[in-house]
Design a protein around this ligand. Sequence first.
Ligand code: ZN
Ligand code: ZN
Length: 214
Amino acid sequence: MLSPPPPTRSRCFRFLVETTNQNSDSESVPTDSGFESIQNGAELPFLEVPSGVSFLWLEPDGTPIVLSEAPTSGFPLGRLEPLEDQDRPELVLTTHRGSHLRINGFPAPRASKLGLKDQLQLGPETVLHMTVYHHPRISPPSPEKIGTKCPVCLTKFKETTRVLACPSCGCVVHAEGQEVEVEKRLECSTVSSECPNCSSPLNRAEGYLYHPEV
Ligand SMILES: [Zn+2]
Ligand SMILES: [Zn+2]
């Protein structure tokens, strides 16, 4: 028999990489430029930020990358660490003295917290948008949630039930499926498309919590 899956990350921190071509004098993207067009709501390329400590690094050609090990020579642009033990998605950015990084237009302090929608400017041409990619996870409630009440139906969570967690605040609601007969099934996650606690989208679909208009 399969053992219960370990608590996987239902949210992955990502930077969406927006690059502007300094030579272009208009918003239009030439179709024959060899560049992927990013118009019409297409997704920007992303950098995955691993759990634990990682390092933001610029390749010689100016391409930003995230390294999970400290580089053996040279200075990374900054050190990144997602805050995994809190409900709100944030990561800590530590920069070195003399860094030219800017956050939302202001020079980055030595240490700062980046949240959803924050913009990290690496230079005039490259902006990283902080976001979270959400993998909805329907699973048994975590031990500390067992015995607490579902905010939708006010029934206490049992070990045997299945729940969907809000990606923004960590609030959980019932998301029972075919493992429970229809008359007894608690499908509170389908009652509302918003989290009853924080009102952010209670998404059963996979995707970004925030994606800039491009
Ligand atoms: Zn419920
Ligand atoms: Zn919530």
